[in-house]
Design a protein around this ligand. Sequence first.
Ligand SMILES: Nc1nc2c(c(=O)[nH]1)N[C@H]1C(S)=C(S)[C@@H](COP(=O)(O)OP(=O)(O)OC[C@H]3O[C@@H](n4cnc5c(=O)[nH]c(N)nc54)[C@H](O)[C@@H]3O)O[C@H]1N2
Ligand SMILES: Nc1nc2c(c(=O)[nH]1)N[C@H]1C(S)=C(S)[C@@H](COP(=O)(O)OP(=O)(O)OC[C@H]3O[C@@H](n4cnc5c(=O)[nH]c(N)nc54)[C@H](O)[C@@H]3O)O[C@H]1N2
Ligand code: SF4
Ligand SMILES: [Mo]
Length: 752
Amino acid sequence: MNGLPSGNASESVSHRTCPLCEATCGLTVTVGADAAISVRGDRQDPFSKGYICPKGVALGQLHSDPDRLRTPLIRRGPTWTEVGWDEAFAEAGRLLEPLLRDHGRDSVAVYLGNPTVHNHAASLYTRVLVQALGTGYRFSASTVDQMPKQVASGLMYGTDLSIAIPDVDRTDYLLILGANPMVSNGSLLTAPDLPGRLRALRRRGGRLVVVDPRRTRTAEIADEHLAIRPGTDALLLAGIARTLLEEGLADPGQAAPHLNGLPELRAVLRPFTPEAVAAATRVPADTVRRLARELAAAPSAAVYGRIGTTTTAFGTAASWLVDVVNTLTGNLDRPGGVLFPEPATGSPNTTGEPGRGRGVRVPGSRRTRVRQLASVFGEFPVGTLAEEIDTPGPGRLRGLITFAGNPVLSTPNSARLGAALGSLDAMISVDAYLNETTRHAHVLLPAASPLARSHYDLVFASFAVRNTAKYSPPSLPLAPGELDESEVLLRLACTALGGGLTPDELDDLTAADAARRLAADPSSPAHGRDPVELLAAVSGRRRQDRLLDLLLRGGPYGDGFGAKPDGLTLDALVAAPHGLDLGPLRPRLPGVLRTPSGKVELAPPQLVDEARRLADSLATAPGAGLLLVGRRQLRSNNSWMHNLPLLAGGSNRCTLQLHPDDAARLGVTAGQSVTVRSRVGEVAAVAELTDTLTPGVVSLPHGWGHTDPATRSELATREAGVNSNLLTDEEPIDPLSGTAVLNGIPVEVLSR
Ligand SMILES: Nc1nc2c(c(=O)[nH]1)N[C@H]1C(S)=C(S)[C@@H](COP(=O)(O)OP(=O)(O)OC[C@H]3O[C@@H](n4cnc5c(=O)[nH]c(N)nc54)[C@H](O)[C@@H]3O)O[C@H]1N2
Ligand SMILES: Nc1nc2c(c(=O)[nH]1)N[C@H]1C(S)=C(S)[C@@H](COP(=O)(O)OP(=O)(O)OC[C@H]3O[C@@H](n4cnc5c(=O)[nH]c(N)nc54)[C@H](O)[C@@H]3O)O[C@H]1N2
Ligand code: SF4
Ligand SMILES: [Mo]
């Protein structure tokens, strides 16, 4: 059926991948005769097998939401005017041109938000835009998220996308730190229906241990919950790793011939005795020892850490130590342990010479103007965005392009950022909503409905528990006046280039560049071919689908443009609308490595320095005050999707949770309003008493606080909540990754 929606005359049925979270569930979308849209789980999707969560169901409401933007807008003062696309791009050009001309390319920054990585048009063409702008001031949600894992993985394995994924379907023992997949559905762990997979782990006799200051839903289904003191996971992991080494339990197994740095590791871990880390983490020394012994004894085991480990002052150290423990227990690169996916469109660890490479440069070569913080993989810490705008002096940021982001709710000390955005000479945003960030734009360009575009998961295939490939054609045509994001981004890129190229010409250059790279890549089945011939083979497609076909055909499973007739092509994916299963993850050492040594670096100097800084932290006695942590909610998606009736209310309660003992001490009663105060700000929130929290820890979800009357989200404003990032502080940072500290914030709670 050529991937086009099918069905009888009155309705159409199509299959696609959900773009909302990392689980990548397969959906069946039915558009009825009355244009009503229903979204169900696709039982024939080989990866998700029919699983769907309430957010996926709400995609129909997202499509129909009257507040979702449909027309380009230009703002003059407080007044928005609907304009046509030509006028919008002309205005963007008028605003950008003097800045780029008089103040240089670095006077305009880019911020890429989370949904950028959730479809292939956005991930491919934001790259084109950033290159066309030529700015060094690149920011993204990565530095409030997973950057520490990228830095640690880059230093250990040679590329920042070489992330070892826990093999949840085959493991005998899963140790989860700082993640709540029963609610978040997994992150840096693409596995649709993680709740089902975790239950299956328990059913087959496996053990699940959860380390979290809250007794989360994931902790509730686990064999054991350890209530750690926020911000101390790196210490716990160091204690486990040291125990493995001291007790002679370390046995890297099949990874042993590929390791560098074991003696240095042993030396640098010496200070982390179970007793020393117990005092700081509140995990008893005996438990530290027992965890080490259990992990070593399990037939297979995987340690997995997420947001609660990365968005802390020792995020990179914790991310490294997760893999140190996986390696010492013999679980690196083996089934049931942690493994490296092999995505169909390729990745930095499937290209070039297998087994060796240039490695990564950490810290990066550039510094921010104000705080002199290092770049990380080409971008700057987003916690410095506000100061780069509001600190006077030469080199100040004067312009900003945001794409699919809401940093005014999602980045630390966001009050300062909101004020700074108001002072920009030029701000251009591409978004689905007029939100707390995009309200500051001078030109606001709408994103088309997610149902009206093609979809392929270029990014999440690198983090998936199985190798799979699935292409989704649009389920609906673009509405009149809607533009695909590839066009929006190409036209913005042409604007930034100052004219001279049409979007088609720029796109041809982009495709030619991709073809040249494949032809030059010794790992590609297209190696040595004429790039012109490769382009000719995909000439029937355009934009992101042409680029995708190039990547698939030149990728690890590709047909090599005819060289391997059974190999993968976009045509083959179109003919398989539910997606293709390419099999379980397989061991990939040493070919996966791109380090200069050709080894796994267990103790790179940058991480040894981090371990020393971590050891120094043992000398500081833990403070007695309250620490604030976050919590994700099932029917919320960071700062958005709060305007959809299907998801509103219920469990989405933006309350300050605290333990009854703390409440009693503070004289706070359930349901009363309290003031929560940190170094940078304060909010008023309703207190919710719950013994799921550890005493001394309080929790607010992030992404709320829809109180700005200049936004346009009727329902979201009615259940506004408060913005937890008015409390998080932009000063403390995980130094190697530039990642903000969003968990373990010292706060006071005052009865109002
Ligand atoms: N305190 C605290 N802060 C946090 C976190 C935390 O745990 N605690 N988590 C952090 C994490 S992990 C993340 S990823 C960030 C997220 O931070 P951001 O990426 O800045 O914010 P989101 O809330 O994901 O906003 C996404 C925006 O994209 C828009 N959008 C949706 N779909 C599309 C589309 O297809 N195209 C375009 N152009 N726009 C679209 C939405 O309308 C919304 O405005 O927040 C971080 N902030
Ligand atoms: N429903 C829903 N799903 C989502 C999202 C959403 O907003 N809503 N967001 C998506 C995004 S962008 C991402 S990145 C993922 C994130 O996926 P997860 O990392 O699984 O998400 P969280 O629920 O924030 O889990 C973090 C946990 O860390 C705990 N924690 C806080 N501080 C510490 C600490 O110091 N140590 C330890 N061990 N634990 C700590 C918190 O209590 C919390 O339970 O979720 C994705 N999925
Ligand atoms: S779990 Fe994630 S991918 Fe699956 S339906 Fe829900 S939001 Fe979509
Ligand atoms: Mo995220």
